[in-house]
Design a binder for this molecule. Sequence first.
Ligand code: DX5
Ligand code: ZN
Length: 215
Amino acid sequence: MHLIAPSLLSADFLNLEKDIEMVNRSQADWFHLDVMDGVFVPNISFGLPVVEKIKQAALKPLDVHLMIVDPDRYIERFRKAGADIISVHAEACTHLHRSVFLIKNTGAKAGIVLNPHSPVCLLTEIIADADMVLLMSVNPGFGGQKFIENTYRKVRELKELILKKNSASLIEIDGGVDLANAPLLVREGADILVTGNTVFASSNPEETIRQLKNF
Ligand code: DX5
Ligand code: ZN
């Protein structure tokens, strides 16, 4: 069964606790937290103190997506703030193998993120060590963007690589996921679906999560 990870980037920041409680009550599996530094991506979101507060209210694992340059500097602190899964961009890590083991050594699960333009073959030598690969299906930086169709083929290719290398890595998809493309992504091999706008712009977010979970 696939997992659903609502992205709090699209939540109501003035009433964050209310939205966290909705996710707690819902059939969602994880909280997806988008950390942006205004350098790696053209937007700034939130950082350590906010993650720490979310941890106090969240009853489900925190899936922290770091869109920051040189993330090695902050991995330990995000773990201390409550991250259960920490994902770093391949494009932001000069020594990706080192970053993956920095994450694992904190006790967190290690995810590797690929931007839409980055080929799956970049992961050939590291896939066996990854707990998760996050494929971006939009250019990172903002919620509510249009899904890039090429992602289906990429999921298939990644699934093949995972099987070929005997990796236990999960596949997560992030950006523009909705009720129409979700079943197709799962059919291609996606394990976790991140959803921001589809959930939080819905008139009944809890029901939308239920629909994303059951098809
Ligand atoms: C984009 C973020 C996503 C985003 C997804 O940079 O990584 O997690 O919040 O939002 P939607 O589902 O609205 O595309
Ligand atoms: Zn994200």
